[in-house]
Write a protein that binds this ligand. Structure first.
Ligand SMILES: O=P(O)(O)OC[C@@H](O)[C@@H](O)c1c[nH]c2ccccc12
Length: 263
């Protein structure tokens, strides 16, 4: 793969360009002022530790692997259906170019529900963590694959200082070790390899034994229905993060209820 730009490399180039544009439009100090004026972040860990599987339901319009998934004219309506179905938290894609997400979607979901909300993006700088808080996020995604260890440690620390819970995403055993070394308390294991976009559901059961007890695990990607939720639960997941299957379902509220009943 040396010399070959992966999908992830291309996404990150676009993310950095968009970030530069926002940073010159809205200086960090303005984002920080707004972050300090919004209500305190909610703690999702209590719900995630409860009996039974917890579901993080995602607002996702499109993806690089599948193209358009759903129109989602009003993310607030979808978010309310997720919450009514019993989701423990809602993930909102804010990456614009490949996922057609936005910070406006995050604002709409934040205003619509009172359960924790995750900013799902390719976060590589402190500015984006401040932005997440300024837009009311309670959790932020940090992907180990796109960060140096020192950056990972710094961004975890900043997220926690702002009262948020970082979801530290891994896809390999080496990444799990780095997440644990950086003191991640909520560790995501993504079935999708973001360099190739391939989904492999056996990644979760392979990596889960490397995660120390006490660290909460989130199985991410590739859930098609209740049987996949049950599979992740049986292999040790505390939480399952579901996007495509929910945004494509005509009745997301009962779909979530079915996912929770399956485990
Ligand atoms: O739509 P799915 O297969 O249910 O996957 C959801 C979620 O795991 C996926 O959107 C995701 C996991 N990690 C990411 C990092 C960036 C963007 C997206 C993601």
């Amino acid at each position: 793969m040396s010399g070959m730009a992966t999908v992830l490399d291309e996404i990150l180039l676009g993310v950095r360009e968009d970030l530069e544009r926002r940073e010159s439009a809205v200086p960090l100090k303005d984002v920080q002022r707004r972050a300090r004026s919004v209500p305190a972040a909610l703690d999702p860990l209590l719900a995630f530790r409860g009996d039974g599987i917890s579901i993080i339901a995602e607002v996702k319009r499109r993806s690089p692997s599948k193209g358009p998934l759903a129109d989602i004219p009003d993310p607030a309506v979808l978010a309310r259906a997720y919450a009514a179905g019993g989701a423990s938290a809602i993930s909102v894609l804010t990456e614009e170019r490949r996922f057609s997400g936005s910070l406006a979607d995050l604002d709409a979901v934040r205003a619509a529900v009172d359960i924790p909300v995750l900013r799902k993006d390719f976060i590589v700088t402190p500015y984006q963590v401040w932005e997440a808080r300024a837009h009311g996020a309670d959790l932020v995604l940090l992907m180990v694959v796109s960060l140096e260890q020192a950056e990972l440690v710094e961004l975890i620390k900043l997220s926690e200082e702002l009262g948020m819970t970082p979801l530290v995403e891994c896809h390999t055993e080496e990444e799990v070790r780095r997440a644990v070394a950086a003191d991640a308390r909520l560790l995501g294991i993504n079935a999708r390899d973001l360099t190739t976009l391939e989904v492999d559901r056996s990644v979760f059961p392979r990596l889960a034994p490397v995660v120390p007890p006490g660290v909460i695990t989130v199985a991410e990607s590739g859930v098609r229905g209740p049987e996949d939720v049950a599979y992740y639960r049986q292999t040790g997941a505390d939480v399952v993060l579901v996007g495509e299957a929910l945004v494509r379902d005509g009745d997301p509220r009962s779909a979530i209820a079915d996912f929770r009943a399956a485990s």
